[in-house]
Design a protein around this ligand. Structure first.
Ligand code: FRU
Length: 496
């Protein structure tokens, strides 16, 4: 039996998704209609990739959190399914917050998520409680279990917060299930807690995986924990970080810890890095494919600009394109999933084109808003001070990437990308120029740009909400350079 709240959400989707379709990105997931934030339950189930997400279908603003639902067979084409959860139970009546999914031994799909509940206080104020709850289903319909929550304050370590306790990430580990969840310790700093369960329903506390020593913001949320090439990897999103350039910009950001576990099961960091240098990246989740690849997807937005939805679009909030993770020289690197290659059409190649001071250049066939574009920029003997790439460009708009070879930096400038909000529009990231120059792979998909530098050592994601007619690409050099370009248009169908 579906609640009135869930029925209403599903009816709204049925009525409004068809009209929204033609305005969606081509190969990035959204909610189909309405607001989304974090990816949830990104996992394999019965041979398909499922993606749930924080969802409020009715407006372009965050509201009482539902779980929306989409599916894909290849990470490129997304099929929108009916909303999976609505905040309709006593234990989640103020929101079904982020969580994850796993397949149960009996073939059902288990959702483990945060139920939010507010209680009035005698002084007129309000207390909020976050607990971890389960729902089981068949890939379309889910039933919340009556004995929820399955993890509550009784399973917190001493001093742990029952108010900021959320975002469980579950995985199956052979003889049962394990999970990590985010919490605040007694000093108001983030901690990532471990849990174990034989059946997915009865859980026990299994120790603290990692604790914020105060150097990486305050609250940590949306943890994910996995093994990559024999190393333990923890990813989480941190609130209110101080500047620690080049890795961390002020504000919210996503942190990756790589290390090993000690005898007590605590993560000993050997390397800490950002997951993305862009303006729009938060709350990622990963899954492991049957061929052993670890794939990451993130909310391609950030809270700082989340109050400013684009005008004239029926959706707000996109996911990054799914990325394959790999370790290189101790660093976690990312590349777009290889499945995208099947959708590349109309190849255009330019080799060793000179781009020099005072001669801005456009390359024939290199333009558009749905592209997989690889560029290689090589400084020439006389040197190169700066190399600017203006994308999604017309007389009024552009998004600029400025390469600074002498400083080994790349500057992202989104001042002219359509977002009329008094938030940060500039970012800087380190890049390495080799004797062969710098390679940049750029994915443009209507309303966004994702950049992968070098072999994927650095990435940056940002949204671009400008008219799709702004589709020019302009190259401007200060100095002398040679440019190679491999450009493909991404088309809706993978039929050759
Ligand atoms: C992260 C987050 C999560 C929470 C969800 C609520 O973006 O704040 O911690 O579960 O969003 O929508």
């Amino acid at each position: 039996m579906h609640s009135e709240l869930l029925r209403r959400a599903r009816a709204y989707e049925t009525a409004h998704r068809p009209g929204a379709e033609r305005l969606l990105p081509l190969f990035h997931a959204t909610g189909g209609v309405g607001w989304i934030n974090d990816p949830n339950g990104f996992s394999l189930y019965k041979g398909r990739v499922h993606l749930f997400f924080q969802y409020y279908p009715y407006t372009l603003h965050w509201g009482p959190m539902h779980w929306g639902h989409a599916c894909t067979d290849d990470f490129v084409r997304w099929e929108y399914l009916p909303a999976a959860l609505a905040p309709d139970a006593p234990f989640d009546r103020d929101g079904c917050f982020s969580g994850s999914a796993a397949e149960l031994p009996d073939g059902r799909q288990l959702l483990l998520y945060t139920g939010v509940r507010k209680e009035p206080r005698p002084d007129g104020g309000e207390d909020e409680y976050q607990t971890q709850c389960v729902a089981v289903g068949d890939g379309i319909d889910y039933e919340k279990l009556p004995d929820n929550p399955v993890i509550d304050r009784k399973l917190l370590p001493p001093g742990g917060s029952a108010r900021d306790f959320r975002d469980p990430k579950i995985w199956s580990d052979g003889d049962g299930f394990a999970a990590v969840a985010a919490d605040l310790d007694a000093d108001g700093l983030g901690q990532i807690l471990r849990y174990r369960s034989e059946d997915g329903f009865r859980w026990r506390f299994d120790g603290v995986l990692s604790k914020n020593d105060g150097s990486l913001g305050g609250m940590w949320e949306c943890p994910d924990f996995f093994t990559q090439d024999g190393r333990a990897v923890l990813i989480h999103s941190a609130h209110d970080m101080e500047t620690a350039l080049p890795e961390f910009h002020p504000g919210d950001g996503t942190v990756c810890h790589i290390g090993h576990l000690d005898a007590a099961g605590q993560l000993i960091d050997e390397h800490v890095q950002t997951m993305d240098y862009g303006l729009d990246f938060y709350a990622p989740q990963t899954l492991e494919t049957t061929d052993g690849r670890r794939i990451l997807i993130a909310w391609m937005q950030c809270w700082a600009s989340a109050g400013f939805p684009p005008k004239g679009l029926p959706f707000f909030g996109q996911m990054t394109f799914p990325r394959e993770l790999f370790l290189k020289d101790g660093r976690l690197c990312q590349q777009p999933v290889r499945e995208l290659e099947r959708y590349r059409r109309d190849p255009v190649r330019h080799v060793s084109v000179p781009v020099d001071t005072g001669k801005p250049l456009r390359l024939p066939g290199v333009e558009g808003r749905c592209l997989d574009l690889t560029l290689r920029v090589r400084p020439r003997e006389k040197g190169l001070d700066a190399f600017r790439i203006r994308l999604a460009e017309d007389a009024r708009y552009y998004t600029e990437l400025c390469l600074l070879p002498r400083e080994e930096k790349l500057r992202i400038d989104r001042l002219h990308s359509g977002l009329c909000a008094d938030v940060n529009h500039l970012r800087e990231m380190p890049v390495s120029f080799t004797s062969d120059g710098l390679t940049l792979r750029l994915l443009l998909d209507r309303w966004s740009l994702e950049l992968f530098a070098g072999e994927g050592e650095q990435t940056a994601a940002q949204t671009i909400y400008t008219p799709l007619s702004a589709e020019g690409i302009l190259f401007i050099a200060e100095g002398e350079s040679l440019l190679d370009a491999d450009c493909y248009t991404i088309k809706e169908s993978d039929a050759p």
